[in-house]
Design a protein around this ligand. Structure first.
Ligand code: TXA
Ligand code: MG
Length: 319
């Protein structure tokens, strides 16, 4: 099992030796390695059992650390980082030669973000290389929103998890690409809502042939081990008899399911609270003595859109 603690120095030792460690961010825990070390990058893919075709996000402590990693830094990208960073926004930018093709799956764009967590920011400020960090879970499994989730999923394969407490946003970063001076395309819904982005840029939702594929947006991702079902309880009873049903509610309990098998995302119906609780609730339901997890509809406004996106993918048939 991995050691868990708050020792930044210890995390740095492993990272400097091309090792990988769990790190806290405001979105989900990351599995971090030196972005300039081929050995560390390959180790990340191996530990997660992730195909090399799924590129990694590069994490930096501040805006000025981005300059050497890119060949172009459009004003709109700077404006958006200024507005939302440190925070859950990832922007695709043309990569410089400092970024290995292994990080980007040979794409000429690198995904960059500045995470908002005091421990990880201190860590990033203390080293002279950026960190590549996918979510610290096995490929396709539920994302980790606490150090214990990381321990449960990857503890046997990594030496250390930096414990920064529960993640305060709870949804992965929103990934965008700059289209031109004032337009962006959202490639993955996440911790910054479209409504927030629209305060600074026009969103391009048009269909296009050369839209970059973001593997985290494949169907069947972010999945618990138990089947997750978005239908009504009547559909569940029709097709899954006999069955012990668990329930992930938005703000109110389901009258036909035992209360001990239910978890509410936010009793007061607050979207940010619901996002914060999402992965923890799914991890918890996965451990209960139930056969399937029924999910209530989530209003698709603000962060609700990203929450619903995760639930849809978690419910998709595997394999
Ligand atoms: O909030 C987050 O973004 C978390 C924390 C740890 O920072 N990280 C995260 O990483 O969610 P991951 O690897 O689980 O998801 C990152 C997504 C992947 O689906 C990947 O395909 C996409 O970002 N991505 C990374 N680099 C890319 C690139 N150069 N072009 C297109 N998509 C890219
Ligand atoms: Mg992930």
């Amino acid at each position: 099992m991995a050691d868990i603690g708050q020792d930044i120095g210890k995390a740095i030792q492993f990272l400097k030796a091309n090792g990988v460690v769990g790190i806290p961010t405001e979105t989900v825990y990351g599995l971090a390695g030196n972005a300039f070390s081929e050995k560390a990058i390959l180790k990340i893919f191996e530990v997660k059992n992730r195909p090399l075709s799924d590129p990694l996000i590069t994490h930096v402590p501040d805006l000025k650390s981005i300059e050497p990693l890119v060949t172009d830094f459009p004003e709109l990208a700077k404006k958006l980082f200024d507005a939302f960073s440190p925070g859950p926004l990832t922007i695709l930018l043309p990569k410089s030669i400092l970024i290995s093709d292994l990080v980007t799956n040979s794409s000429s764009y690198v995904a960059i973000r500045i995470p908002r967590h005091p421990l990880t920011l201190e860590l990033l400020h203390s080293i002279d290389f950026p960190l590549v960090a996918p979510s610290a879970n096995s490929f396709g499994a539920l994302s980790p929103s606490s150090a214990l989730h990381v321990q449960k999923g990857l503890g046997n394969f990594i030496p250390y998890i930096l414990d920064g407490g529960p993640c305060l946003v709870g949804l992965e970063s929103t990934i965008i690409k700059i289209e031109n001076d004032n337009q962006v395309r959202v490639l993955r819904q996440g911790g910054i809502s479209e409504e927030e982005l629209q305060l600074f840029a026009i969103l391009d939702n048009s269909e296009t042939q050369n839209k970059p594929v973001v593997p985290g947006t494949m169907l069947s991702h972010y999945a618990p081990r138990k089947p997750l079902i978005l239908d009504s309880i009547h559909e569940v009873l029709k097709s899954h008899l006999p069955v012990r049903i668990g329930y992930l509610g938005f703000s109110s309990y389901h009258e036909l399911i035992p209360v001990e098998n239910q978890i509410l995302l936010s009793e007061t119906g607050k979207m940010d609270e619901a996002a914060r609780h999402l992965f923890g609730a799914l991890h918890e339901l996965d451990e209960k003595e139930i056969d399937v997890i029924l999910v209530s509809k989530i209003p698709e406004i603000g962060l609700g859109k990203a929450i619903w996106d995760r639930l849809k993918r978690a419910s998709a048939k595997r394999g």
